[in-house]
Design a protein around this ligand. Structure first.
Ligand SMILES: *Cc1c(COP(=O)(O)O)cnc(C)c1O
Length: 354
């Protein structure tokens, strides 16, 4: 169990919530009254604090700004029918955070800081959890190097922060996807499995190029042959072929191990859908499409849970899918929402009460 965490709490004098409607609030623009912050110095974590949400000062020589030792997580807490709040699978994000930390040569964060800090922060800002259907409280833990020095080496000091953002239904219109064969997201031996800022920075130029061609996102392919599919933008990807679900396997270290991906796989198996995690060649998908067997394509991630794909462009070929007729994707989405909003029993122990 989690040890008690001694947090120094300074409450905001006045809540920003007065006069604010949380209904249909856009993603990631508004933040709650408080933040959790703790520094790592001299080889250990210092006094954790919850204090009013505020700007932080950064020295111009801050190491994270120059060399990018910076990682994050994305988690959601949901309102439950009893008026309580429950966080979806935060332990999985905690473990992944420390995997990212290790790859970036950053210190790992103890469970009581990550989980208990998050719980105490949400408890204080509970009034910010939107009590509307399909709304949630988005939780953003992150850590960055905080040495003030521009020599290239791992920082000695780090800052870990958690901020909270109420969010409305994150509806993404069905997307048109460009199969990317020039730019790459991740290579074996690289950092594709880490949730680190640089991965996002590197994806923006190729995504902008795809947008200029009229597409919403890219489907990344492997760096060596551009033959095997990886992810869609910053989401994991699923293909329904002949009623079976295919998703790229994690073993090459080029795929981010999504908590949504893992949850979708679990739910699919329980629904009796066979799931194959393995390398998936784009040619195989094209053949399946031409044989009328590739019926659904969707992305999976915390922000939107499931994002329907209506078109895949590979070389000169367009593959089209009907988002209105996507029974597997919609069944998975309904099931996950039922568990998260407490309408169905949480048989997996996924929900952590605040
Ligand atoms: C965060 C992320 C995902 C989705 O992970 P979830 O845990 O499901 O939110 C997928 N791919 C990339 C590259 C990511 O950064």
């Amino acid at each position: 169990m989690i040890a008690a965490l001694d947090v120094k709490v300074t409450l905001a004098e006045k809540s920003k919530l007065e006069g604010v409607s949380l209904e249909k609030i856009p993603f990631g623009r508004m933040f709650t009254d408080h933040m959790f912050i703790v520094q790592y110095e001299n080889g250990s974590w210092q006094q954790p604090e919850i204090k009013p949400y505020q700007s932080i000062t950064i020295d111009p020589s801050n190491a994270a700004l120059h060399y990018g030792q910076s990682i994050f997580e994305g988690i959601k807490a949901y309102p439950t029918p009893g008026g309580e709040v429950a966080i979806f699978r935060p332990m999985d994000n905690f473990h992944r955070f420390n995997i990212s930390a290790e790859r970036m040569q950053m210190p790992t964060v103890p469970e009581e800081i990550f989980i208990e800090g998050m719980r105490q922060l949400i408890e204080i800002d509970k009034a910010w959890v939107p009590q509307y259907p399909d709304h949630a409280l988005y939780i953003r833990p992150f850590m960055f190097a905080s040495d003030d020095a521009i020599g290239v080496r791992p920082s000695e000091k780090y800052t870990f922060i958690i901020i909270l953002s109420p969010t409305g239904p994150y509806f993404t219109a069905p997307m048109r996807i460009y199969v990317e064969e020039h730019f790459v997201r991740a290579v074996p031996g690289g950092v594709g499995y880490a949730k680190t800022a640089g991965n996002y920075a590197a994806s923006m130029y190729p995504t902008a190029k795809a947008r200029a061609k009229g597409y919403d996102q890219v489907l990344w392919t492997d760096a060596l042959e551009h033959r095997y599919v990886q992810e869609i933008g910053v989401m994991n990807v699923f293909f329904i072929v002949n009623g079976k679900a295919l998703t790229p396997s994690l073993e090459a270290g080029t795929i981010l191990a999504g908590v949504t991906r893992n949850s979708v796989i679990t739910v699919l198996k329980e629904m009796g859908v066979e799931v194959e995690e393995r390398p998936i060649a784009i040619e195989e998908l094209l053949e399946a499409y031409q044989a009328g067997q590739l019926t659904e394509v969707f992305g999976a991630g915390t922000a939107a849970t499931i994002s329907q794909i209506k078109e895949l462009r590979y070389k000169e070929t367009d593959m089209f899918f009907n988002p209105e007729d996507a029974p597997v994707a919609s069944a998975v989405l309904n099931k996950l929402n039922a568990i998260r909003y407490g309408h169905e029993a949480d048989t997996h122990g996924w929900m952590l009460g605040v």
